[in-house]
Design a protein around this ligand. Structure first.
Ligand code: SAH
Length: 221
């Protein structure tokens, strides 16, 4: 075994430990979600100096004051979207591109919006290199959603807003699920909103802490 294969093996084992110790004990059960978490090379989505911590139970900095979410949070939010493989998904806050990569295993198409051009460019480059070809990224204010490709079967927002931006409700398909952290600057409630025959069902999924969603319907610059 050469050095590179040995390294690869170490990360594959780290992913398995992450799934067994962080995800399964906390109730993640959807096989496709666990499989995606076992597959996506999370260590490549963080700075080389942080690779050794990529599979640990916490978020990590990705530059510009932004973070890649804790593995459990990625798995939890993904599971709550109830994806079956056929969906069109909108993600707000591309960041490292890790969440988008996980989603790409579970949905037909992923549309992701990132506000900071340099962050979006880096994610695009990596997702191309890893052949995640069903992920489309655009730079812009994600509080406006992405009207051109609406409606979406699922919308996932990986930055926190004071209130649910109204465009998401308009761009959510009938039967669609929106998962978003809503609340104050430092603590939020993770919320799932389901559109059912025109009615809106809102469920609380627990406390969380995300970076700010900055934009027209989010926090001011
Ligand atoms: N999902 C990411 C983590 C996101 S961190 C991952 O897997 O790595 C939150 C991201 O949301 C940051 O990159 C931040 O720049 C972005 N963001 C904040 N406000 C935004 C907005 N209005 N539109 C799009 N992206 C936004």
């Amino acid at each position: 075994m050469n050095f590179r294969t040995a390294k690869k093996d170490i990360y594959a084992r780290a992913r398995k430990t992450m799934v067994e110790e962080q995800l399964v004990p906390r109730g993640i059960t959807q096989k496709e979600v666990l499989d995606a978490m076992l597959t996506v090379p999370r260590h490549l989505f963080v700075d080389p100096g942080l690779r050794g911590q990529a599979y640990s139970d916490f978020p990590l900095p990705i530059g510009d004051g932004q973070t890649i979410s804790q593995p459990f949070m990625v798995a939890y939010m993904t599971e709550k979207l109830r994806l079956t493989g056929t969906e069109k998904v909108l993600e707000i806050g591309t960041g490292s591109g890790y969440q988008a990569a996980v989603l790409s295993h579970l949905a037909a198409q992923v549309f992701s919006v990132e506000r900071i051009p340099a962050i979006a460019a880096k994610a695009r480059k990596l997702l191309d290199k890893l052949h995640y070809s069903n992920v489309v990224i655009k730079v812009g204010d994600g509080t406006l959603g992405w009207p051109e490709y609406a409606p979406y079967d699922a919308i996932i927002v990986t930055a926190a807003a004071p209130e649910v931006p109204p465009p998401y409700m308009e761009q959510l398909a009938e039967g669609g699920r929106l998962v978003i952290p809503v609340g104050g600057e430092f603590m939020q409630d993770l919320v799932r909103i389901t559109k059912k025959k025109g009615a809106i069902v809102r469920e609380s999924l627990g406390g969380c802490r995300f970076v700010k969603l900055v934009g027209k319907y989010g926090w001011p610059e």
